[in-house]
Design a protein around this ligand. Structure first.
Ligand code: FAD
Length: 349
């Protein structure tokens, strides 16, 4: 089969479907989405969302209440397994299974309901960027006016990008009898943190670090579980990379990158859903207005923002700074730390 679409999107995650729904809103209906998995599908992610992310989803017509989100107020910060501070969480919402399956499935159902064509179990296997066509695993070929790579940090689109530093993030979801709470553990990895979130008997234990190929992260994860006294089946630990820094956003004037594929994930907090939806939206706007500068300007702004976050990441994880924050700051300026945490690191994301 050889068919033409105005826009082809690779990847049906939040950034890909966000782009599709925004294109539809802007009057472009001739869209094909290609997804390698079948929904409902697992995506390695804790699925936390902020108020802003919630609003972004709602603006596209998603009824977020269907996805069973709640606010766990009890938020604790640890350094080297010692509790340093309690914060009343005001803006970070958790899904009942502390994962992304339900959120992505509802988003997928919404896109389907609106008439977006999504080919599941489908992989892009060849691409000719000069002749504007792609070939998929069924050997069908599709031509396009615009192509959007929304296929994550290591998808097909990443072959046109320079290798950049990445974060690794791993998680394990287990049934436990821990009380409802969100714990953030610093000092578990060198340039990252661990988390333990429990909601009604479901616990998501995870950690992240700036990826260092010399480290054995499975071993680090096992040690982490042991320290936390959590007995978990480490065979079920899942991991994925998240980007550090914005990548090239546009190639050939008609090939765009959105979400993790363009690096739109906060390198310090791993907040990626909102930026995925945001880059999907600006990409759709640029395509529908045939004006690439809209997209380029916004990506540049994001780049500057993430350079700042990258710098914070470097400074924050210096040993002396960690010591000062957790042994002096948390004691003397705990209200200020709680405010900065709630407002700068969460509510603004
Ligand atoms: C452990 C972990 C925890 C995280 N926790 C959070 C959190 O709590 N909150 C938050 O906001 N962010 C979190 N993130 C970041 C967040 O998961 C990402 O930023 C977000 O998923 C990016 O969305 P996306 O649509 O760009 O990519 P994805 O969600 O990765 O979607 C890409 C899609 O493309 C498909 N695909 C890939 N390759 C191909 C191909 N060749 N052909 C067809 N389809 C393809 C994939 O199957 C997938 O469905 C976390 C990340 C990790 C790893």
């Amino acid at each position: 089969m050889n068919k033409h679409y105005e826009v082809i999107i690779i990847g049906a995650g939040p950034s890909g479907l966000g782009a599709a729904l925004n294109l539809l809103k802007n009057g472009i209906k001739d869209i094909l989405v290609i997804e390698q998995k079948e929904f409902p599908r697992y995506k390695c992610c804790a699925g936390y969302i902020t108020n802003k992310t919630k609003k972004e989803y709602e603006s596209l017509g998603l009824n977020i209440n269907k996805c069973h989100y709640s606010l766990i107020k009890d938020f604790k910060i640890f350094y080297k397994y010692e509790e340093k501070q309690k914060i009343v969480n005001k803006f970070l919402f958790t899904n009942k299974n502390i994962d992304r399956i339900e959120l992505d499935y509802e988003f997928y159902k919404l896109a389907k309901k609106k008439g977006i064509v999504i080919l599941e179990n489908t992989n892009i296997i060849r691409h000719n960027m000069n002749k504007n066509w792609i070939k998929i695993n069924t050997q069908d070929t599709y031509t396009y006016d615009y192509l959007i790579f929304a296929d994550g940090t290591t998808g097909y689109g990443s072959k046109y990008q320079k290798n950049k530093k990445r974060n690794i993030a791993m998680q394990l979801i287990e049934k436990t009898n821990r009380p409802d709470s969100i714990e953030i553990h610093f000092g578990v990895t060198k340039h990252g943190y661990g988390w333990v979130s429990t909601y009604k008997g479901t616990t998501n234990i995870g950690l992240t670090d700036v990826y260092n190929p010399k480290l054995n992260y499975n071993k680090i994860f096992k040690q982490y579980l042991k320290k936390l006294n959590i007995e978990g089946n480490t065979k079920n630990v899942k991991g994925a990379y998240t980007p550090i820094g914005i990548r090239k956003g546009l190639i050939n004037k008609n090939i765009y990158y959105v979400g993790d594929a363009v690096g739109a994930c906060d390198p310090l907090t791993l907040s990626g859903l909102r930026y995925g939806l945001y880059t999907g939206k600006i990409c759709a706007k640029a395509i529908s207005q045939k004006n690439n500068s809209i997209y380029k300007r916004s990506i540049l702004k994001l780049k500057l923002k993430f350079i700042f976050m990258k710098l914070l990441l470097k400074i924050f994880y210096l040993k002396g700074i960690l010591f000062l924050i957790f042994n002096v700051g948390c004691r003397l300026f705990n209200k200020l730390i709680a405010y900065v945490f709630n407002h700068f690191f969460i509510n603004k994301k």
